[in-house]
Design a protein around this ligand. Sequence first.
Ligand SMILES: [Zn+2]
Length: 431
Amino acid sequence: MDTFAIGLLCVRCGARYPLLARAACSSCLTGLDAPSIEDSSLSQTLAVEYDLDALRRSMDRDRLRSRPSGLWKWAELLPVADPACRIDVGAGGTRLVPLTRLDGSLPVRLLAKVEGQNPTGSFKDRPIGIAASVAQALGARTLACMTSGNIGSAMAAAAARAGLPAVIFLLASGGVSAGLQVNLEKLGQMRAYGATVLCPEASVLTLTRLAAALTRELGWTWMHDLPAYQAEGDKTTAFEIAEQLGWDPPECVVVPAGTGTNLFGIWKGFDELRRLGFTTSVPRMVAVQPAGADPMVEALRRGDAVMSPLDAVRPNIALPITHRVTGHHAYESVRQTGGTAVAVTDGEIRQALLDLAGREGIYCEPASAAALAGARKLLEMGALAPGSRVVCVLTSHGLKDGRAIGSWFGSAVPVEATLDAVRRAVASPAR
Ligand SMILES: [Zn+2]
């Protein structure tokens, strides 16, 4: 299983680069100073390119069925040539669940891709699994990242599996996450995997400069320097969805979108399958963002060619998708597929989370439940054709944010241990 990756391609200007660590397209960023680059959606335009014509001649979609599930099932379509560098924590192979109790009276079929099933409890095991493997292939001695949580857990697990040290900068007190706190569940996970977790007090721009200095002086490899490779992990979500639906892709995929790398990666996966002749269609891609942290919604409303960053974001219950700007690559994939972006409120996210848990038995993080809230918004808008299959990507497990979700409820009800008392208690339950 050799890789068919041949280089990097800018999805905006078409510039090509060799298959090496490169964070962004220098042509697209020409003329921008450092703070502007930090804020620019154009810092995310690079994608790994494959020799699909050659691969089409040697790969048979039916033969894929016999391979074990997981990221490396798709090794020809991933950018890691040396099998010894392929880090495997068991990511991927998650369930695609028809939401039959939620969509019974709806004109569309809803399905959930349950990414909380991944080993660290979030979809980040896919992008970080690939980026960390690329880092290893490039000779990394220490893996490093900046994160509000899930990337850190995924990187710490990958580093542990690879036997590499991990250093995590928590973005809990500065920059884009001002006023928001990382939760203890994620912190405990990172520490248990053996990562060093630091919480620097500085803007993201300052941290980005510090990261570059640490790379130069100490040889650290940062996950944010490998965004194009992260999207390669994300695209395996699309490969699995297509295979799970008998190579008949859904009409629409709804993805919670912060940086948008996941949404872009999923689009890229469907696009590659179509170009390989494994499928004949690509779904409409829909981004869901929290109201007040919805740069793509604003950009589409204005018809902008290039998205502008929001001046500020409003705090909400979906921290992992709270960003001032979304990558240009995600914006392009939404527009190219006739998709859209919708904003959802905390109340809508919370209701979606409770419906997924209480009616389908799927417990996810608020940022994940935003996908169902977004699908409901599309229905209200009349933006889904009757009979459409709509896949909601539920990015993370509810246990990732368990304390916050727990605070929505009162404490457990004390009850006298008698038949009558229990009967009375269940007849009028305190919620
Ligand atoms: Zn470019």
